[in-house]
Design a protein. Structure first.
Length: 136
């Protein structure tokens, strides 16, 4: 169990720094050989090597250097959840949720969701309590 806590601490440190560049080494070390990363909103799946390559070359390929703002990581057993926001360089905080699945002391799968901010519809006003939207 100590290895999992050490791994979680390293990922948390990288996420708090906001540096996506630290992820390839962490995925290499702590991802299972058959690790997959899935993005359901765009219907994409990356295997381990592709995930590492994407993280390494994202700024050059996309023309942006995203900044991650860490909110929290929670979980238990074989599942953990990461929450935060990502600024892709335009100052708009895109909400991020990642669901991680463990196999032993390694990460086997990350399913990640990205949501742009939007104005709440007026018809829901009687049902909801207003809160501060996510900020970068």
């Amino acid at each position: 169990m100590g290895d999992v806590r050490e791994m979680a601490a390293k990922f948390e440190e990288a996420m708090k720094s906001g540096d996506f560049g630290a992820m390839p080494a962490l995925i290499k070390e702590y991802g299972t050989d058959d690790f997959v990363e899935e993005w359901p909103q765009s219907g994409e799946r990356l295997k381990k090597a592709a995930s590492m390559k994407m993280a390494e070359s994202y700024p050059e390929m996309s023309g942006t250097t995203p900044k991650f703002t860490y909110r929290r990581m929670i979980g238990g057993g074989d599942v953990f959840v990461v929450e935060g926001t990502i600024d892709y360089g335009d100052g708009i905080p895109v909400s991020y949720v990642g669901i991680g699945e463990m196999r032993g002391d390694k990460i086997a799968k990350m399913t990640e969701y990205f949501a742009n901010p939007f104005e709440a519809p007026a018809w829901r006003a009687d049902y909801v309590e207003k809160m501060e939207p996510a900020k970068v």
